[in-house]
Design a protein around this ligand. Structure first.
Ligand SMILES: [Zn+2]
Length: 464
């Protein structure tokens, strides 16, 4: 039974393709798709996968060389499982030579983005899109937003804009495609100005980055009753949202909070929560998601936690085959409560290997760990964890921005940190010491929102 917009969209797209594309009809051996099953969706993905592998081999110097070297023949990929025989694409390859990935001439590139992997001081990457790629991105942005946006709803987009084809502008185009009314708000506004804009435009849905929306909400609730502003939903992007932060935002605005999953390399829009809020349904028309063991590279089954590996199925300018995201999660095996019968779900993103820092004897610390520890203290707005080295020990310094300084908060935070299993274990090993937990005033980290890097490893400076 079809119940959600995203599933209807996917099925319609498959039926449209069937109508227009004789090759697809021949591939699946069917002339019509009355009732669409999971296996039909997988066949659609396999059809697109074979096409993109051939396309990448023919057009991209990088993949031509890689497939030749590893003797990959795209026509030998007869099942989705056979994709496991194709080598991975490591993010570092894009940093080294992005132009090697390009399948189109420079004149056909409608947008290029340069970014450093969020949350890390990693090397810069450049990715390209054609006009067609941008249409694909905005299509799914609109469809994804239908989780919480109805026709004629006003969506206030709190993202940096100004450049053509910025994320804010692409999202606005996507929303227009599903008959909603986007308004792009100036991100440089302070909290009071944001609230004035909300009161003026009366949006149904607020869209913004996790860190800035959370900060704005916490600051604004001190002076305003935000539950009276009539929001239907808050939609957050870019950044981990702990369950405590979600609950806090839901209380502050008195509406559900929706989260999506995406990354710059994939054009941001990869997967989105439905009303069940139990994982992210991904865009199966344009991506194929696998989960692999990050050490061995072996493919893992449903519900097994590993690294998400994504293959783009529609990208024209720069297809990415088996791209290692470094994000740790799983594909969920159980049916979703929303009633969709053919949509796959990505589970909660536990951590990103790129923002994970090792301390002491091989203990991992990562931002979502501290998010879960610190945000239950309701005065916390943001924080930074500094890892330094002194006398053969890793030293942790934790600076926490709060909207009210109190000794009690300091005690609560201290206890939470010391109780956390990875921290406790590393302190007991004698290889790690906790220098101090320092509370700082509201606004201290406000200017770092865009390049938010909650764990800063200062040891790399000394170790080259
Ligand atoms: Zn669902």
């Amino acid at each position: 039974m079809e119940t959600i917009f995203l599933e209807r969209w996917l099925h319609n797209l498959m039926r449209e393709t069937l109508k227009d594309d004789g090759e697809y009809r021949q591939f699946i051996g069917k002339d019509s798709l009355a009732e669409i099953t999971s296996s039909d969706v997988q066949d659609f993905q396999l059809y697109k996968l074979k096409k993109i592998l051939n396309y990448a081999y023919d057009k991209s110097p990088f993949y031509h060389d890689l497939f030749t070297r590893d003797r990959v023949n795209p026509n030998d990929i007869l099942s989705l499982g056979a994709l496991a025989t194709v080598p991975f694409t490591d993010p570092s390859y894009i940093s080294k030579n992005p132009y090697d990935f390009s399948c189109v001439s420079l004149g056909e590139i409608a947008r290029s983005t340069v970014f450093s992997t969020s949350g890390t001081a990693g090397p810069w990457k450049k990715v390209f899109w054609t006009k067609g790629d941008l249409e694909t991105i905005t299509d799914f942005m609109g469809v994804g937003m239908k989780s919480c946006v109805a026709s004629d709803d006003v969506v206030l987009i709190m993202l940096r804009s100004g450049r053509p084809n910025s994320c804010a502008e692409l999202l606005a185009k996507g929303l227009e495609k599903v008959d909603a009314f986007p308004i792009i708000s100036d991100i440089s506004l302070d909290t009071e100005e944001h609230i004035r804009a909300i009161k003026e435009h009366r949006p149904d849905v607020l869209f913004g980055r996790t860190a800035s929306l959370y900060r704005m909400s916490k600051e604004a609730r001190e002076k305003h009753d935000l539950t009276r502003l009539g929001l239907k939903a808050v939609f957050v992007t870019s950044g981990y949202l702990s369950e405590t932060m979600r609950k806090e935002l839901e209380d502050i605005w008195d509406c559900p909070v929706f989260v999506h999953y995406g990354l710059n390399e994939m054009g941001m829009a990869v997967a989105v929560e439905c009303e069940a809020h139990q994982g992210y349904h991904y865009d199966q028309a344009d991506f194929l998601v696998e989960v692999v063991d990050p050490r061995t590279g072996a493919t893992l089954g449903n519900d097994m936690r590993g690294e998400l590996v994504i293959t783009t199925l529609s990208r024209e300018a720069m297809p990415l085959i088996r791209y290692r995201t470094k994000d740790i999660s799983c594909l969920l095996g159980s049916p979703c409560e929303c009633g969709s019968s053919t949509l796959q779900r990505i589970g909660k993103i536990i951590k990103n290997l790129g923002t994970t820092v090792k301390i002491g004897e091989d203990v991992d610390i990562f931002p979502s760990l501290f998010d879960e520890l610190l945000y239950p203290c309701s005065n916390v707005i943001d924080y930074r964890v500094l890892v330094s080295r002194m006398d053969d020990k890793d030293i942790l310094t934790i600076r926490v921005e709060v909207n009210r300084l109190s000794d009690e908060d300091c005690r609560t935070i201290n206890e939470a940190i010391l109780r956390a299993e990875p921290i406790k274990r590393s302190l007991e090993s004698g290889k790690v010491a906790l220098s101090r937990i320092e509370l700082v005033n509201q606004g201290e980290f406000a200017s770092f929102i865009r390049t938010r890097r909650p764990i800063i490893d200062e040891r790399t400076h000394f170790h080259g």
